[in-house]
Design a protein around this ligand. Structure first.
Ligand code: ADP
Ligand code: MG
Length: 153
């Protein structure tokens, strides 16, 4: 497991981190994003969308649960999920969550806890701590590779 902690002091810095994260992704990655309401999960998702060249604005997919966006790489889609409203793991099957775990999708999952049994072990886990105007600690863990690291520029 490689763990890295990043600190951000504004939404703009979290967007930037998301953009830098995008540069490490090739397709097929599953990113589990944890943190309380208001932590900044959707802000990070927006930054990832920018970094992947998504033209549409990334919004919170609370009502649709799953939103798929084309990226600047025509072979790769960005799939943003928000499972906050799921009550039972079986619902994830009904809405087809696991159908997106494919090499031509980059999946970012807010509130993945309820389906953690269905998520492959090769994943990037990100925990965001902090809320309100406080600085955020954004903790990355992955077993993809020992030296996985996001550039900090
Ligand atoms: N460093 C920071 N990173 C991300 N968001 C921040 C930061 N500081 C303040 N915020 C604010 O916190 C809120 C995060 O909202 P959102 O991303 O929707 O949270 P979540 O998706 O985790 O529920 C936004 O209003 C954002 O402007
Ligand atoms: Mg959100």
């Amino acid at each position: 497991m490689a763990e890295h902690v990043y600190k951000t002091s504004s939404p703009e810095e979290t967007i930037r981190l998301g953009q830098n994260l995008a540069r490490t992704l090739n397709g097929g990655e599953i990113i589990c994003l944890y943190g309380d309401l208001g932590a900044g999960k959707t802000v990070l998702a927006k930054g990832l969308g920018v970094g992947l060249g998504v033209k549409q604005e990334i919004t919170s997919p609370t009502f649709t649960l799953i939103q798929e966006y084309p990226t600047s790489n025509e072979k790769i889609a960005f799939v943003h999920m928000d499972l906050y409203r799921l009550q039972h793991p079986e619902e994830a099957e009904i809405i087809g969550v696991t159908d997106y775990f494919r090499d031509d999708c980059i999946c970012l999952i807010e509130w993945p806890e309820i389906i953690s049994d269905f998520i492959p072990n090769d994943r990037i886990e990100i925990v965001i701590q902090g809320s309100g105007e406080l600085q955020r600690s954004i903790i990355f863990n992955t077993n993809y590779s020992e030296d996985y690291e996001i550039s900090n520029d």
